[in-house]
Design a protein around this ligand. Structure first.
Ligand code: GLU
Length: 509
């Protein structure tokens, strides 16, 4: 690594909601920057005005914020290398395109769409690849084939033109990728890509390289889909004389569908029932795509899940806070092969973070209206219930529907327990046990448990025989959270009442 201070950028195009693969790219950039005490930039690449989508930029900002990736330099944050939005930097790009023309590294091309189609058809008919390149450009209408005067005249007349890069024929282009090692392309595999479009705006390639250079980016960490563009980018650095400070490249592996067959696409989310976007997105046409946030995922869980989709630490640690991730992160431990998306694992991560959440944090995750309905016994009580039941679920929203009986008498009684476990003997023991607790005011989980042990011993029965019927009398359920903690929370008064209800409804005597 060079000694320049590390500066990386996440450079999304605001063409729609940010895909979860893009979020992972942002995360790896962020972790790498923080690990190396560098800067994390957010650059909005909006040169393609045709694909611009209203709201997409805000969506990107909100997603990064929700996930805890603080941007050091960007449109909102400012910084010394701005503007951070390409549409506000348009004056910078043409200058470099013209410098390349002057240096004979690029040229004006005046071909009409019909002429281009004709060229392609001709080349294809001769079984040659239909590329505008070192071979074909000399038979086209451009500043390499037209006389200087004619070019001048066309430009002065305001004829339509584009600027293309002039790539060499049959030259090796080598570069080192931090994740993939040495990569070799041959320039003949490429075509003379457009640098400036007819409307005078730069293409992604030119704007991206100019900006990475001017913003002193040291590492380009981006998705594998950009690997085929990398040799062109290398050539641009070379042609512009910026090779010495060219960033290092790291092309991240693809995020694959759960079955490993192909790239995880926008449509997979709704098809397979999991979000592929961080936040819910409503398209300008009104179509809604689900988001991790609205589905009840905890941002730290999403970060943790994404961190391990393509990267692995040197040991088997699976749970990483953002700080731990930053400490452990290393681009060299990013894998070359695609990472399969696993929705069960995503839920597992959410469960882990739910388990770490405190009661008040859980309360904040529950829908307000639902929480309000469950405040019959006060907020503190509600918080304790949430805390007690969290281990049973993956999402905070699933907790309260499991625990209705904490907020009122059970509405149903599990039939299996009724038929198999509720008999004269258990009915008598449970009544005696609960009565003991009430008369002796044994109201903590610990005391209730030790009393059950001694009660069972005194009566020569097994403790296990009473556990499920006891739970059933109090909650109506066959299973649930740790029983004595549940009893302590429900309290002796309500327990006595519940016993009475069961005795009246399912009499055994
Ligand atoms: N604007 C490109 C994108 O949308 C950025 C690619 C890169 O990071 O170079 O993915």
């Amino acid at each position: 690594m060079s000694n320049r201070p590390v500066r990386v950028r996440f450079a999304p195009s605001p063409t729609g909601p940010l895909h979860i693969g893009g979020v992972r790219t942002a995360l790896y950039n962020y972790a790498f920057a923080k690990k190396n005490k560098g800067k994390f930039l957010l650059r909005i690449e909006d040169t393609d005005q045709k694909r611009f989508v209203e709201g997409a930029e805000d969506y990107i900002n909100e997603s990064l914020k929700w996930l805890g990736m603080k941007v050091d330099e960007g449109v909102r944050e400012g910084g010394d290398y701005g503007p951070y939005k390409q549409s506000e930097r348009m004056d910078k790009y043409a200058e470099y395109a013209h410098k390349l023309i002057k240096d004979d590294k690029a040229y004006y091309a005046f071909d009409t769409p019909e002429e281009l189609t004709e060229m392609r058809a001709k080349l294809e008919a001769n079984n040659m690849s239909a590329k505008y390149d070192a071979t074909s450009r000399m038979s086209m209408k451009n500043s390499l084939t037209l006389s200087e005067d004619e070019v001048k005249e066309r430009l002065e007349n305001g004829d339509n033109f584009i600027v293309r890069i002039k790539l060499p024929r049959n030259e090796e282009i080598r570069f080192h990728d931090v994740i993939r090692g040495w990569i070799v392309f041959n320039s003949s595999q490429l075509d003379d890509k457009v640098l400036l479009k007819e409307d005078g705006l730069p293409t992604y390639h030119l704007a991206n390289i100019v900006d990475d250079h001017l913003m002193e980016i040291t590492h380009v960490i981006r998705g594998e889909e950009w690997l085929p563009s990398a040799p062109l980018h290398i050539m641009l650095y070379r042609y512009l004389g910026w090779e010495d400070t060219m960033p290092e490249f790291a092309h991240l592996p693809l995020l694959l569908k759960p079955d490993g067959k192909g790239k995880l696409s926008k449509r997979d989310g709704d098809r397979l029932g999991f979000p592929v976007f961080p936040l819910e997105w409503k398209s300008p046409e009104g179509e809604i795509s689900s988001g991790y946030r609205e589905k009840g995922y905890i941002p730290e869980a999403v970060i943790n899940m994404l961190a391990l989709l393509g990267w692995h630490p040197s040991d088997n640690q699976e749970l990483f806070s953002m700080d731990e991730l930053v400490q452990a992160f290393d681009l060299e431990r990013v894998s070359k092969s695609g990472a399969k998306f696993d929705v069960d694992k995503a839920k597992w991560f959410n469960h882990q973070y739910l388990m770490q959440a405190s009661g008040p944090e859980l309360l904040a995750m529950v829908d307000n209206e639902l929480a309000l309905k469950h405040k019959v016994r006060g907020e503190e009580y509600l918080i304790k219930v949430l805390d007690l039941l969290k281990e049973k679920v993956n999402f905070a929203s699933e907790i309260l529907p499991l625990g209705d009986y904490f907020f009122g008498l059970p509405s149903t009684y599990d039939e299996k327990v009724l038929n198999k476990k509720w008999n004269a003997e258990t009915a008598e023991h449970i009544a005696a046990y609960i009565t003991d607790l009430v008369t002796e005011n044994k109201d903590t989980a610990e005391v209730m448990e030790s009393h059950l042990t001694s009660y069972a011993e005194t009566n020569g029965i097994s403790k296990g025989m009473l556990m499920q019927p006891l739970r059933w009398v109090i909650s109506g359920q066959a299973g649930g959270p740790p029983i004595f903690e549940m009893l302590e929370l429900i309290g002796l008064e309500s327990m006595a009442k519940r016993l009475q209800v069961v005795q009246e409804r399912f009499p055994m005597a």
